[in-house]
Every structure is written in C-alpha cells, then in structure tokens.
Design a protein around this ligand. Sequence first.
Ligand SMILES: [Zn+2]
Ligand SMILES: [Zn+2]
Length: 132
Amino acid sequence: MVALCSFKNCLKPMLAKKLCNAHYVQQYKGLKLTPLVEYKVPPKGSGMSDTEWFWVLANVKGEDECWLWQGGKIPAGYGKYVYHGESVYAHRLAYELTYNLSLYGRRLRRICIYASCVNPNHMELTARPRKV
Ligand SMILES: [Zn+2]
Ligand SMILES: [Zn+2]
C-alpha cells in the first residue's frame, strides 16, 4: 500500500510533507489547499455497492445517447470515481464493467465530443502502440 496524501479525500500518492504533488505545490506557493476532485458518495444507509453507485452517477440513457457523468470531474472535464478504494477514470471504468475486461496498459479513444460522457458505445479501443 502506498501512503496517500493527507488532504481530506485526496487519493493521490504522498510525495512530500504528507501531501501529494499537486497539494504540495499548492502549499509551497502559499495557496489555500483545495480538493482536486469532489467525489460524490452514495446517500447514507443506501447500502449501494461501488458498482451500483457508479451506474447511478453514470446517468445511463439510450444506447446512442451521451451519458454525462454526474460525479466528480478533473478540470479537463473527465469523470473520476473511487472504485474499490482507487481513483479511476469514469469512462474507462464504464467500459471495463460493460465488457468485463481490464484496460490496463490499453488506450480508449472517445468518438463523441463530451469529455464527461461515459457511454461505452462512444469509445473504442485503439490499436496497441507500436514499439519505437
Ligand atoms: Zn493531495
Ligand atoms: Zn457520448
């Protein structure tokens, strides 16, 4: 287990002064420490699993429609989610859960214009990068 940043709900690995790289830079510059992503948690007592809550936030619609992520996002607009204690990209997790596979080391290409869309039909696997 790697040590995590001491900032509340920050799941990035600790780098220095008990903070992750981003929070260490904020502190170093004398800025107020702010959350990098606001993760949404399921309502208390709902008993939802990580997977169930994920699909609630995924805002699932028709097969061809965009499913705009309702949970935490990074500034670039991509959805982030805490799955089994790890911070992951929402669109990648949607693809993995739908097709029951691991994208480890593989790239997804988005074929719609919304960074926050998590509809697996709007993503495709790109060819493995060639060794240079
Ligand atoms: Zn941090
Ligand atoms: Zn889409």
